[in-house]
Design a protein around this ligand. Structure first.
Ligand code: C2E
Ligand code: CA
Ligand code: CA
Length: 250
């Protein structure tokens, strides 16, 4: 299955300046008959079967191949986020897999972000904290994904070496009109500020949301339909980097 898994890239931008902060890599399964299959369909199956490990490794290799030639055109400190399953973090190959990914960008000013995401309790994973600490010390950014939902909770912030917090879109979508959602987002921003964490707001679809979030925290970074949907590398070159001829050169 992993031979047909391809990376899509969703732009992430700085709330105050609108400048490019980075991308999140999102897997798509290129099926010969059904077209592009979204990750919600195949990731849970890959996690259960263990295929998630070769799948993620293969995806990382493709990301290196596709993004490395573009780095001179990207801002310094460009963030490249990949989603990591807890099952992979606990695997003996995990640290080595991430180091290979990091080596792919050696000599370039990039920040590799490991978005920790899981549908099962992370804390039950014996080597998880140790492995994430090792990678944090090696310069990887650990991000807590879907913050505020599922097992992405305050305890995780206390235990994991997280430097980035991704506020789940279920809070972001109501933040400009619902007092309750606004209060919850403001509380998350306060926690993040006290812990000196970068905040990414996910699922930003409206300019009202972007405006509100940036007023609350000018350092916030934004991801969502308003800023750009996930797209393949070649479309990204054209739409985000504004290089209509670039796709042909690579
Ligand atoms: P996620 O990590 O929370 O990724 C963000 C999801 O929100 C993506 O869905 C993206 O397409 C979608 N999205 C972005 N902006 C908007 C918006 O403005 N509105 C709405 N309604 N949706 C928006 P996608 O690509 O279908 O991925 C779903 C989930 O699958 C991801 O959620 C992530 O948990 C998982 N996933 C994707 N790729 C991988 C992977 O390579 N490995 C692992 N372990 N999980 C992955
Ligand atoms: Ca994610
Ligand atoms: Ca998320």
């Amino acid at each position: 299955m992993h031979g047909e898994i391809v990376p899509y890239y969703q732009p992430i931008v700085n709330g105050d300046t609108g400048g490019l902060y980075g991308v999140e890599v999102l897997a798509r399964w290129k099926h010969p008959k059904s077209g592009f299959i979204p990750p919600d369909v195949f990731i849970p199956i890959a996690e259960r079967s263990g295929l998630i490990i070769p799948l993620t490794k293969g995806l990382m290799a493709k990301v290196v191949n596709q993004l490395k030639p573009l780095l001179p055109k990207l801002p310094d400190g460009f963030h490249i986020g990949v989603n990591i399953s807890a099952r992979h973090i606990n695997a003996p190959s995990f640290i080595g897999d991430c180091r290979v990914f990091g080596k792919g960008f050696q000599g370039k000013e990039v920040k590799l972000v490991l978005e920790v995401t899981e549908r099962e309790p992370l804390i039950d994973n014996p080597h998880l904290v140790e492995n994430l600490n090792t990678l944090h010390n090696a310069g990887f950014v650990i991000a807590l994904d879907d913050f505020g939902t599922g097992y992405s909770n305050l305890l995780m912030l206390s235990v994991l070496p997280a430097k980035e917090l991704k506020i789940d879109r279920s809070f972001v979508s109501g933040s400009h009109r619902s007092e309750k959602d606004a209060a919850l987002v403001e509380a998350m921003l306060l926690v993040a500020r006290r812990l000196q964490l970068r905040v990414v707001a996910e699922g930003v679809e409206l300019s009202e949301q972007a405006l509100q979030l940036t007023q609350w925290n000018p350092d916030i970074v934004l991801q969502g339909m308003l800023l750009g949907m996930p797209m393949p590398q070649q479309r990204w070159l054209v739409e985000v980097l504004g290089e209509p001829d670039a796709a042909a050169k690579i």
